[in-house]
Ligand binder design. Structure first.
Ligand SMILES: [Mg+2]
Length: 231
């Protein structure tokens, strides 16, 4: 077992419960904007459609096919359109509300705090995230994660998004770490795992749904607790 010293975590869907927090925010905004009266009869149906659209737009964003502003607004424009609602002003307001409300939510993935307590005594912990600078720091602060992490590297700060090797290079330099004493943990096979592996770093794939795949990973876990067996 290599002597790891630096543990780099992804944030969304690895530590911060993006799906749970997003669901809660969307339910609240659905009520506030009275979407039911605008033709969106079922909140869960709206969230399901939104999720598919949002995931696709994030993929496009990570490949630099769309800008941040387009991603933020277009996900709601498109989701509303699925219910025959075309209202540009509403999409803009809803998008702004979502971006300001969602990061205030503090639901974490199961066992996050317990595992971070365990790891923080033994390693230096850092975050590498493709989220936005002004959003990710709010999430980290509001969910009490800040005290655990020495460096929080966003793609905004680095100028590159995972899986681009340059964001890993930027992060290791910021942490004064090297390839041999560092390991990356994340839920995305593309951004986190292939990204770290192509850069030459060890990786731990966090796969809570136990999705089958053919990627070569250093370690795989389905719950964060399993990190205590590896690290
Ligand atoms: Mg993630």
């Amino acid at each position: 077992m290599p002597a790891y010293k630096h543990i780099f975590f992804d944030l969304d869907r690895t530590l911060w419960d993006m799906d749970g927090n997003s669901y809660q925010t969307l339910c609240e905004l659905y009520e506030q904007h009275d979407l039911k009266s605008k033709g969106l009869n079922d909140c869960n149906e709206f969230i399901c459609r939104y999720k598919v659209i949002n995931d696709q737009l994030w993929l496009d964003y990570s490949r630099d096919l769309v800008s941040r502003d387009v991603l933020r607004k277009e996900r709601f424009t498109r989701a509303f359109k699925e219910f025959n609602l075309t209202d540009d002003e509403l999409a803009t307001t809803f998008s702004n509300d979502y971006v300001s409300h969602a990061p205030l939510k503090n639901k974490l993935m199961p066992d996050t705090m317990e595992v971070l307590d365990y790891l923080s005594g033994k390693y230096e912990l850092h975050i590498i995230t493709n989220g936005f600078e002004e959003v990710q720091h709010v999430k980290i602060e509001k969910s009490n994660l800040k005290k655990y992490f020495k460096n929080v590297i966003t793609s905004d700060l680095a100028g590159f998004k995972k899986p681009d090797p340059r964001i890993f290079d930027f992060s290791l330099k910021a942490a004064e770490a090297n390839l041999h004493n560092s390991i990356m943990i994340g839920d995305s096979l593309d951004a986190d795992i292939a990204g770290a592996r192509n850069y030459g770093m060890a990786q731990i794939y966090f796969n809570p749904e136990r999705t089958s795949h053919t990627e070569k990973v250093t370690h795989e876990i389905s719950s964060l607790k399993e990190l205590q067996n590896i690290l």
